[in-house]
Each structure stands twice: as structure tokens, then as C-alpha cells.
Design a protein around this ligand. Structure first.
Ligand SMILES: *Cc1c(COP(=O)(O)O)cnc(C)c1O
Length: 354
């Protein structure tokens, strides 16, 4: 038998989650965010499943070109925009849209061949202080874009730092609206959390990422409550069983010590597959569909699960690391990270099945 680990990608879950986004933001167009290889789910596979989206947003220009060549005729937006003059030529050739977040990118517009062919998304920094022009500078940048011979369409965009948190979006939204109000230009503000929680941010384009993959952006609301279905299930099998006596230790660094006799299962999944090494004792897992937990330190290719209350389980038992039956958010929380990071961390050696 091959090494039993696999990531199952559920295409109908992706389709379902896109419908959830549409229902929540019926007046906006949907820019499906598929950066980082579709949050680890596979770029082309995700784009196909989400082909009802109005646009795709990603970073890598080669990925964008690949999608165009594969026949996707939606808007394709480069979220970090253009990096050099050669990119600008490709952007024109493949009719890609690009974010303009800094003055140095404005200068690259001159490298765009053609007249009135380029769609730009002017990014405004509304308080996250990552990318974008401060509102005062954005007015000047907008003026330059309006006058530039290469520019066809302009969309005003911003990104929220705290849409998923109690802090919310009120301050940044007011800042952005102040800037955008005098202009009759398309707007895009909402990530998944804002899309689901703040209809006032919907504007012309929403930009959901995480929710399309079936995870909740909120700590206190589950994906299921939101009608979302997990798109990725990481599973493997138990390949060995150990019978521990009281006092026996497990794994590198003896992170776990048995207080009494117990059985543990060795699972073919480790950090080289993308499972977080920092997941502590007690991180949830399913064995044969039953809830249990990891113990000991995650190693490169294997991890340990507690079988004390699962007498039927043994070599060959199916293990769910996250996904269907075990929300990825719960694993992420236990491991002190977010579901985004777990999805993206899946490594190339894990076979994907659809
Ligand atoms: C990643 C990203 C999104 C999507 O965010 P989610 O929280 O995954 O919905 C939207 N907009 C921008 C600019 C992003 O970088």
C-alpha cells in the first residue's frame, strides 16, 4: 500500500461556499481570493470549482497568466500589483488587473503598452498599515491614474485588519468612505469576515478567501453555523500501535509521559506533510470517526494519537487530522495558529484526491 496520507478536496463544498458568499452579498460581484495556490487547495482546481465567481485575486503573475491561458475570462487581479516593467507587459498582454499600492508602482504604469487598456485597483491604507496610500496621498495617486493614458478602469480598495474581531471596521470604513465619497468609482473592501458581518462594506466587489474554503473567520461562530462546508480534509491511517506502561515516555523530547498503561497509535502524518510541529498534547484528531487527541511531539513524518478509549482502533484505522468531522479551526486553535496557515502549509508530497 502507498503511504496512506491524503488531502481530499471537496469541489462541491467550494461551490456551496461560493453560493453562501453570494447570498450574503447579493449586490456585489465576487472576487474569489485564490492566492497561495488557492489557500493550499490547488490553483486550477479551485478556479474551476469557483468558475461562477466574477473574478480571481492572487499574487503570482505566472499563476495569473496560467489561468488566462486555461481559458478563464473573469477579472484576474494581482493583489500585490506589478513588480517590474516586464510584468507590466504581461499584464497588458493577458488583460490582468493590478493593485497599485505605492508610488513606485505608479511609475511603472509608463511601461504599459497600449492606451486605455489597463484596469487598476487603487489601494488605500485605512489603518492596517500594510499596503496602500494614506487617504491624503491617495487623492493625488487617483488624479495621476485618471490622467494616465494606459488606464481604463479604476476601483478603489482597502483591506481591514480587524473585521473578524470585536474591534470591527467602523474606524477604517469611515476613513475609506471619506476618501471615496466624492468619487463615483467602484469600491472593494470586504474580506470573508466583513462580507459575512458588515453589509455596509460590500460595495461593488467583495473579496472572500477563507470562507470559500469552508472555514469560519470568527472565533465564536462555527463554519457550520455559517452554512460553510470544509473543502479540505487531511487524513491518514495508523501504521503502528504501541502499548505503554505507566511512566513510559513518547517521542522526541519526551513531551508526553503515560500516567498509566495505555495504547497509542502512530499516524503517517508529520510536519513535512504540513501538520504543525507546535501542535501540543491534546490537539484534536479523529480515529475511525471517534474524537481523540494527539500526544507527544509531532515529528517529520509521524505523530501520535491516544487510543486509550478506542479499543477497536489499530493498524489501518482511518485518522482525520482536519476537515470533514473535525473543523480545521479547532486544530488551528489548539496549535496556536489560524486555519489559513494550516491550509497553506500542506506540502507537495501529500497526494491530493478530489
Ligand atoms: C487574503 C486577502 C483577502 C481574503 O481574506 P480572507 O480573510 O481570506 O477572506 C481579501 N483581500 C485581500 C487584499 C487579501 O490579501
Amino acid at each position: 500500500m502507498p503511504r496512506p496520507i491524503q488531502a481530499h478536496i471537496n469541489l462541491s463544498a467550494l461551490e456551496n461556499n461560493l453560493r453562501v458568499a453570494r447570498r450574503a452579498a447579493p449586490s456585489a460581484r465576487i472576487m474569489a481570493v485564490i492566492k497561495a495556490d488557492g489557500y493550499g487547495h490547488g490553483l486550477t482546481r479551485v478556479a474551476e470549482a469557483l468558475s461562477a465567481a466574477d473574478g480571481f485575486a492572487l499574487l503570482d503573475i505566472q499563476d495569473a497568466v496560467h489561468l488566462r491561458e486555461a481559458g478563464f475570462n473573469q477579472v484576474i487581479l494581482l493583489l500585490e500589483g506589478v513588480f517590474n516593467a516586464e510584468d507590466m507587459a504581461l499584464i497588458a498582454q493577458y488583460d490582468l488587473a493590478c493593485v497599485i499600492h505605492s508610488a513606485w508602482q505608479l511609475a511603472l504604469l509608463d511601461a504599459c503598452p497600449g492606451k486605455g487598456t489597463l484596469d487598476v485597483w487603487l489601494k488605500v491604507n485605512s489603518g492596517m498599515n500594510r499596503l496602500g496610500f494614506a487617504p491624503q496621498q491617495a487623492a493625488h495617486a487617483l488624479e495621476q491614474l485618471r490622467r494616465h493614458r494606459a488606464v481604463r478602469g479604476i476601483t478603489l480598495m482597502t483591506h481591514f485588519a480587524n473585521a473578524d474581531e470585536a474591534r470591527g471596521i467602523a474606524g477604517p470604513l469611515a476613513l475609506f468612505d471619506d476618501f471615496a465619497a466624492p468619487h463615483r468609482i467602484a469600491r472593494s473592501l470586504a474580506n470573508s469576515a466583513a462580507l459575512l458581518r458588515y453589509p455596509e462594506t460590500h460595495g461593488d466587489w467583495v473579496r472572500p478567501g477563507l470562507m470559500l474554503y469552508g472555514a469560519s473567520p470568527f472565533a465564536e461562530v462555527s463554519a457550520q453555523q455559517l452554512g460553510l462546508q470544509p473543502a479540505m480534509t487531511l487524513s491518514s491511517r495508523i501504521i503502528a500501535v504501541q502499548e505503554l506502561r505507566a511512566g513510559d515516555e513518547v517521542g522526541y523530547g519526551a513531551l508526553f509521559r503515560a500516567e498509566h498503561a495505555m495504547r497509542i497509535g502512530i499516524v503517517a502524518c508529520g510536519y513535512a506533510d504540513g501538520y504543525p510541529r507546535h501542535a501540543p498534547n491534546g490537539t484534536p484528531a479523529l480515529v475511525d470517526g471517534q474524537a481523540t487527541q494527539t500526544l507527544g511531539r509531532v515529528s517529520m513524518d509521524m505523530l501520535y494519537v491516544d487510543l486509550s478509549r478506542l479499543p477497536q482502533a489499530g493498524v489501518g484505522s482511518a485518522v482525520t487530522l482536519w476537515g470533514e468531522g473535525l473543523p480545521i479551526e479547532e486544530v488551528a486553535r489548539a496549535a496556536g495558529t489560524v486555519s489559513y496557515e494550516l491550509m497553506c502549509a500542506l506540502t507537495a508530497r501529500v497526494p491530493v484526491v478530489v
